[in-house]
Design a protein around this ligand. Structure first.
Ligand code: AMP
Ligand code: MG
Length: 429
């Protein structure tokens, strides 16, 4: 018979999330490695990206037109003498280093505005005849010119370590000449699925067997969150083998288990972890789906050979684990809500709060109070008119319903009846 852990600790969603964030914030980042810029997207930056010169390096015109001294346009139409042309690229010899009153140059987008000029008049408000241009519109000082260094001063921090690199960060790195970047080594995240009824996907399942889908959905989520999944064999509902596999999983940087955390007679995960003197921070959260979610940590034990390889994080005093409920949608939701922030911390990423979008509800929702719900839904509509609607589902085992959904509608625990047209929080997928 399973023995439940010392006490059952069921927290509200907010409290459970806070507990995870708390532990996550105390994780030291692991070792770094150097990658080519083309392979840096999605990785977590381990060095600051610093501007190696002013950005832009010269006052940059944002328009095609004429670079002027704005004071020359006091009375309109103004006639100025065109003494040359600057395009993006090297300054032509013909253009003097500084313009005098009454002079202008024609200028292209991205070209440096010559000294003495303080604005660019768009070509649309000009007409040039020979070397004279007539200008029909005034410009304020600074108009259509980005001052030198306005986007970043030489030596200033452009992207801080801990950022997950996206295309804009990569563009910034490129623009300061970083062709290689130091990024944190991806943490290894062990996945251990449990249950006598679970079959490997390449075996023919018996009539009441269920194919293992959780290891695969978790592998995807782990990769998307910046980790490297390590899939362990399926653990039977048998304490000795389960313990052996849990110990193996604890050699990775984080252990995610699925199944075996409900209150059933063969839900052995907590019992086995209890025997291993694990510390439990919660053994349930007031959420749906995903109520039986477990979070805790174990002493790290003796490192196995793989933990000593170059790519694993330094040995930590404790290894954290999550027991995620076995129902596939519960597994996906609880990964997103709880495992992800810990994984990201181990990956060296700076913490960020869970972000929600908001959309109008398409049709009424009735639920019981007491749980924060994350229900599969479809967000549709366009521009300012987006709305969300629940996907009909058979409960937290219904992977097909989740696959039809593109988000979760979040329902706070005190709401019973939410009316069509109300704004609801959306957790995007
Ligand atoms: P448990 O949390 O072990 O009580 O499992 C809850 C439900 O999830 C049961 O219907 C299991 O068959 C199902 N389940 C558990 N593990 C998996 C898995 N790896 N893939 C698909 N379904 C699973
Ligand atoms: Mg089970």
């Amino acid at each position: 018979m399973p023995v439940p852990p010392a006490q059952s600790l069921v927290l509200t969603f907010e409290d459970a999330r806070r507990v995870v964030e708390d532990h996550a914030s105390r994780q030291a980042a692991g070792p770094a490695e150097t990658v080519d810029l083309l392979h840096a997207a999605g990785r977590v930056l381990a060095e600051p990206i610093i501007a190696d010169r002013d950005i832009p390096p010269f006052p940059r015109s944002t328009r095609d037109g004429y670079a002027v001294r704005s004071a020359d346009l006091a009375s309109l139409p103004a006639r100025l003498k065109v003494i040359g042309e600057v395009k993006a690229g090297p300054l032509p010899d013909k253009v003097p280093p500084i313009l005098n009153p009454g002079e202008t140059v024609s200028i292209m987008t991205g070209a440096p505005a010559p000294r003495g000029t303080d604005a660019v008049v768009m070509v649309e408000y000009t007409s040039q005849h020979g070397d004279l241009v007539e200008i029909s519109r005034r410009v304020a000082p600074g108009e259509n010119i980005v001052p030198q260094g306005a986007e970043g001063k030489h030596g200033s921090l452009m992207v801080d370590r801990g950022a997950r690199l996206d295309e804009a960060d990569v563009a910034l790195a490129a623009s300061v000449g970083k062709s290689r970047l130091q990024v944190f080594v991806r943490p290894r995240i062990a996945v251990l699925t449990t249950g006598d009824e679970i079959a490997e996907i390449d075996a023919t399942p018996g009539p009441v067997q269920i194919r293992n889908s959780n290891s695969y959905s978790l592998a995807v989520q782990i990769q998307q969150a910046g980790g490297e999944p390590v899939l362990l064999p399926i653990a039977p509902d048998e304490p000795r083998r389960l313990r052996h596999l849990i110990e193996e999983g604890l050699q990775s940087d984080l252990l995610l288990m699925t199944g075996g955390v409900s209150m059933g007679r063969y839900d052995l995960v907590e019992q086995v972890l209890g025997e291993m003197h694990a510390e439990f921070f919660f053994t349930g959260a007031k959420i749906q789906p995903g109520r039986p979610v477990v979070f805790g940590r174990c002493g790290a034990g003796t490192p196995a050979r793989e933990a000593l390889t170059r790519t694993s994080l330094p040995d930590r005093a404790h290894k954290y684990f999550f027991g995620l409920p076995g129902n596939p949608v519960s597994t996906m939701v609880t990964f997103e809500l709880f495992a992800r922030p810990m994984l990201e911390a181990l990956a060296g990423k700076s913490p960020r709060p869970l972000r929600f979008l908001h959309a109008r509800l398409k049709s009424d929702i009735r639920v019981k109070t007491g749980l924060t719900r994350f229900l599969p839904a479809i967000l549709s509509g366009e521009y300012t008119n987006s709305h969300a609607e629940l996907v009909p589902w058979q409960g937290s085992g219904d992977i097909a319903a989740r696959a039809r959904a593109n988000c979760y509608i979040v329902i706070p625990p005190d709401r019973e009846h939410i009316l069509a047209g109300e704004w609801v929080a959306i957790l995007p997928r």
